[in-house]
Design a protein around this ligand. Structure first.
Ligand code: DC
Length: 208
């Protein structure tokens, strides 16, 4: 595999797990774009920077030299060597990340970090197949009903199902603009499928 595979979809659609497994099977790295948005949100929260203040946020990201490490075992985000990864999947970050991800400067900053990586790789997020890598060789878009996604996430986070569902619907709404599938993406409803089944479908489409 020489080129770029993109896997997009809404939150908890399974795209991170699928991207990781597919990349592993192809023997290439995977890139989690959401992790960079999460890092921006987390640093804003921690530094007391208003998540809507684009200028302050961009200065913070540059000052802390935030970068994505695309390791096979999992992506990590470092800020001047400090590993932020364990702090990025919390309900607090979930609640402000969409606000941060709406800022054009932050989107440009994330795109730039991703475009610095030489292919081949699998990139996952919302707009990988539309805006960041429209030239990708293969594009997938994973979907599942909000109920299925909320159930998955509440198990991961040990959080109350109703609360997760509420947050998820809110985030779907806020992320809608940048979450449309690419016209040339293969749509896969992962609702009734196991992770292994989704990975097998993606690999089959890639001719593996
Ligand atoms: O995929 P995720 O749930 O970890 O993403 C976290 C947030 O980042 C999500 O609310 C939307 C935003 N995001 C985005 O706007 N564009 C991307 N390519 C990836 C994530």
């Amino acid at each position: 595999m020489r080129g770029i595979v993109t896997i997009d979809g809404p939150s908890a659609s399974g795209k991170s797990s699928v991207a990781r497994r597919v990349a592993e099977a192809l023997g290439v790295p995977y890139l989690s774009s959401g992790l960079l948005y999460r890092a921006a949100a987390y640093l804003a929260l921690r530094a007391g920077v208003d998540p809507g203040d684009e200028g302050a946020l961009l200065r913070l990201l540059k000052a802390r030299r935030v970068r994505l490490l695309a390791e096979r075992a999992g992506n990590r985000v470092l800020a001047e060597g400090e590993d932020l990864t364990p702090f990025l999947h919390t309900p607090e970050v979930d609640r402000v990340v969409s606000e941060v991800a709406r800022l054009p400067g932050v989107r440009a900053w994330v795109s730039q970090r991703l475009k610095e990586v030489p292919p081949p790789f699998v990139a996952e997020g919302r707009d990988m197949g539309t805006r960041v890598f429209p030239e990708a060789d293969y594009k997938f878009y994973l979907t599942a009903s909000p109920e299925v996604r909320a159930l998955r996430r509440s198990r991961e986070r040990l959080q109350d199902y109703e609360e997760v569902l509420r947050d998820l619907l809110l985030r779907d709404e806020k992320d809608r603009d940048q979450s449309a599938p690419a016209p040339d993406a293969l749509l896969l409803d992962t609702g009734g499928l196991t992770l292994e089944e989704v990975v097998a479908l993606v690999l089959a489409h890639l001719g593996r």
